[in-house]
Ligand binder design. Structure first.
Ligand code: FES
Ligand code: FES
Length: 210
């Protein structure tokens, strides 16, 4: 092993999002390389757990997105974010860091916020996926969270905003009247380069900005 590989710190876990931690993602990736060329999913044992292995070519994938079943032929390496944006034209979730750091790609998986850039589309099958597009009401009316963001100047360039709104929905589903500490904790996975945090806190806390 090269010296710089040895000095690299271990990757953190992302335990409460997709059910597939970043470490498991890497384990699965390495197993996929080791398995002979197969067509269709098979199952291998990884650290005592049964893990489906797909591919390596395109496989049929069905995703339950915003209450609709969307189908495509996707290579197993395709992330949920790429599937949403490039296959199904749902571009609300943004691709910014593409490495589970910024939260711009946040969607809900069975009600929990996850980084869509770090979940494989094949692993999101049989789960309930909700994107920012699901929040828009009839006649393109805004969700109350979106209205609160506007009223409190909680966005500037807006690139992070869909991720923050989706994460905020998960927060408010969990804590209808969140404390400042709960807001801080539940949104800790989202970053805003424009520094609109005060507006976001005001939008979620119901306080009027001066
Ligand atoms: S684009 Fe997914 S976390 Fe940044
Ligand atoms: S509003 Fe620009 S990154 Fe958040």
């Amino acid at each position: 092993m090269k010296k710089h590989d040895e000095e690299r710190p271990p990757l953190p876990e992302q335990p409460d999002s997709s059910g597939v931690s970043r470490r498991d993602f890497l384990k699965i990736s390495s197993i996929s390389v080791a398995v002979p060329m197969v067509v269709g999913p098979t199952v291998v044992n990884v650290a005592g757990e049964e893990v489906p292995v797909y591919g390596p070519g395109p496989v049929p994938v069905t995703l339950n997105v915003n209450g609709k079943l969307l189908k495509a032929q996707l290579e197993p390496r395709v992330t949920l974010l790429d599937a949403l944006r490039d296959q199904f034209e749902l571009t609300g979730a943004k691709r910014v860091c593409d490495r589970a750091e910024c939260g711009a790609c946040t969607v809900l998986l069975d009600g929990k916020p996850v980084y869509a850039c770090s979940v494989l589309a094949v692993d999101a099958q049989n789960r309930k996926i909700e994107t920012i597009e699901s929040l828009t009401g009839p006649g393109n009316t805004l969700h109350p969270i979106q209205q609160a963001f506007i009223q409190n100047d909680a966005q500037q360039c807006g690139f992070c905003t869909p991720g923050f709104v989706v994460a905020s929905k998960a927060l408010l589903d969990k804590y209808p009247k969140p404390t400042p500490e709960q807001i801080h904790h539940e949104l800790a996975g989202n970053y805003c380069r424009c520094g609109t945090y005060a507006g976001i806190r005001a939008a979620l806390g119901g306080k009027k900005e001066a």
